[in-house]
Design a protein around this ligand. Structure first.
Ligand code: MAN
Length: 353
């Protein structure tokens, strides 16, 4: 059962790979997905993940990686016995993992939240340095005291961690390096201090003990993070049994901080759910939805680069109206409207003994 509260935009998908030009000759945009969302200069903006690779030729698998000197294209024969290519997103070659695409982030803006275009004068955000050699992905944007905090996934052969850049004007960026080391992603900073401290949700992955759970961290300055606490786990035999990860910054409501999150089971079926944190002690999770508030059902969510996926890391709030922008099938950018009150009414309160 899915709670019937999502109203998908009739214009979906709002953006497809064909809508933008590749960053350089010889590459194609394979996926356009998982946008961070913010308002700036009276407009609605997306910072979208653009995943690229060379046009694929018969019998050869090729993908780009970033080097200090520019882009390197790796080519591997598809029948190479040392190649393991079972997931369209990642491959293993001679024992090392690689991504099949290289992602950068691009700014798009809109007057109506439906039709987006690339404004003049804003640069692409590319991976820089060794820790971002396989690209930067899935950016969350949080606004604090006039500064936008961009938390994104930084990928390299050394692992997947959380990178941070800050900006006030979207033209000049300050790099803060990797703020949470591998394996970690899905980091969303709260847009308000609590008792003087910054808070963020993040998602480490543990291979042996533990799992893909959501953690909370605190910080004096939004850059240095500590006092990590595990607050939300996967649920056995449910739609979120394999992994959970935060969406965008939590939404402040009178009942608590409402977080929209993604969950997936072992067959990589990605849905969205919600949970609620205490306003003053966000490490206390008060309530959670049993069923997804949205699951893949439209053609553009079921079929694509990686089907059966709805994934969000950006939204807009207007009173009770929540507009979730999301990646569909890891290939398209879509949007859907929700009522915050309706989501709150679907939460099941946790009883503590
Ligand atoms: C997973 C997926 C991919 C992503 C990599 C690296 O495989 O989420 O989309 O590119 O992790 O973050």
């Amino acid at each position: 059962m899915t709670l019937a509260i999502s109203n998908r935009f009739p214009e979906n998908p709002l953006l497809s790979p064909k809508d933008l030009m590749p960053s350089r000759e010889g590459l194609e945009i394979t996926c356009l997905l998982n946008p961070g969302v913010f308002t700036f200069d009276g407009k609605i903006w997306l910072i979208v993940r653009v995943a690229e690779r060379p046009l694929q030729r018969m019998g050869i698998l090729s993908f780009p990686i970033l080097k200090e000197t520019g882009i390197d294209i790796i080519e591997i024969k598809s029948n190479d016995p040392e190649l393991i290519a079972v997931d369209p997103r990642v491959i293993n070659y001679k024992g090392a993992d690689y991504l099949t695409t290289l992602s950068h982030l691009r700014l798009l803006c809109s007057e109506d939240g439906i039709h987006f275009y690339e404004p003049e004068g804003y640069s692409f955000l590319q991976g820089e340095g060794k820790d971002e050699a396989f690209g930067i992905e899935d950016c969350r944007v949080s606004l604090m005291d006039g500064t936008y905090y961009l938390t994104f996934t930084a990928v390299s052969a050394d692992g997947v961690g959380v990178g941070l850049r800050t900006t006030k004007d979207w033209k000049n960026f300050q790099r803060h390096g990797m703020i949470i080391p591998p394996h970690n992603k899905d980091c969303a900073i709260f847009e308000e201090r609590i008792k003087g401290k910054f808070y963020a949700l993040h998602r480490p992955s543990s291979v042996e003990l533990g799992g893909n759970y959501i953690w909370l961290a605190e910080s004096p300055d939004g850059i240095h993070w500590g006092n990590h606490k595990c607050i939300l786990k996967t649920r056995k035999d449910q739609w979120d049994s394999k992994r959970v990860g935060a969406g965008a910054a939590p939404i402040k409501t009178s009942k608590g901080w409402l977080e929209i999150y993604h969950g997936a089971n072992s067959t990589h079926y990605y849905c969205l759910g919600a949970f609620l944190m205490d306003l003053n002690e966000p490490s206390k999770v008060l309530a959670q939805t049993d069923e997804p508030i949205m699951r893949p059902q439209e053609d553009y969510e079921l079929r694509g680069f990686f089907g059966h996926v709805v994934f969000t890391n950006g939204h807009l709030i207007n009173g009770d109206e929540l507009t979730i922008y999301y990646g569909a099938a890891d290939e398209f950018v879509c949007a859907a409207k929700f009522s915050i009150q309706e989501i709150l009414s679907q939460l099941k309160w946790k009883i503590e003994f």
